[in-house]
Design a protein around this ligand. Structure first.
Ligand code: GDP
Length: 140
C-alpha cells in the first residue's frame, strides 16, 4: 500500500444512531474510493490490541470498552494524499473543535463518542488495514 490509501472505522455511536450510510456517502462524495468494507464487532481484547498505542493514556480502558460495545464499519479508502485529506475530512478529535462540514462536526457527539477513526500516518494505515482485512477482502 502506498501513500494513496488510508484506513477508517465508523464507530459504534454512529452505527447505533443509524448514520453509517450517511457517513459513507460523505466519504465517497469527497472523492475516496472504497477498496475494502465490512461491518463487524470487536471483542474488548481486539479493541485493546487495535488501540494499544494509547495504552498509557488515562482513557484507554474507556476507549476499549466503547469500541467493543457495538458494531463498527472498518474500511480501506483510496485517494491521492489519502491520510492527510481524510484527517481533514473527519475533523478534530473533539467535535466541539471540528470545522463545519467535517464528519465529526456533522455526526459526532463528544470526544469519546466521535463517530469515526482515521489513520494518522501511512505506516499506521497499513498496520490498521492489515488488522481488519485479508488480501481477499480488498479489490486490489
Ligand atoms: P484521533 O486520532 O483524532 O482519533 O485521536 P487520538 O488518537 O488522540 O485518540 C484516539 C481516540 O481516543 C479518539 O478518537 C477518541 O475516541 C478517544 N479519546 C481521545 N481523547 C479522549 C478522552 O479524553 N476521553 C475518552 N474517553 N476518549 C478519548
Amino acid at each position: 500500500m502506498t501513500g494513496n490509501r488510508t484506513f477508517t472505522m465508523i464507530k459504534p455511536d454512529a452505527i447505533e444512531k443509524g448514520v453509517g450510510g450517511a457517513i459513507l456517502k460523505q466519504i465517497q462524495e469527497a472523492g475516496f474510493k472504497i477498496i475494502a468494507l465490512k461491518q463487524t464487532k470487536m471483542s474488548p481484547e481486539q479493541a485493546g490490541k487495535f488501540y494499544f498505542i494509547h495504552c498509557e493514556r488515562p482513557f484507554y480502558a474507556d476507549l476499549c470498552s466503547f469500541m467493543s460495545s457495538g458494531a463498527i464499519i472498518p474500511a480501506i479508502l483510496e485517494k491521492e494524499n489519502a491520510v492527510e485529506d481524510f484527517r481533514k475530512l473527519i475533523g478534530a478529535t473533539n467535535p466541539a473543535n471540528a470545522e463545519p462540514g467535517t464528519i465529526r462536526k456533522n455526526f459526532a457527539e463528544s470526544i469519546d463518542k466521535n463517530a469515526i477513526h482515521g489513520s494518522d500516518s501511512n505506516d499506521n494505515a497499513i498496520i490498521e488495514s492489515n488488522f481488519f482485512f485479508s488480501e481477499l477482502e480488498r479489490i486490489s
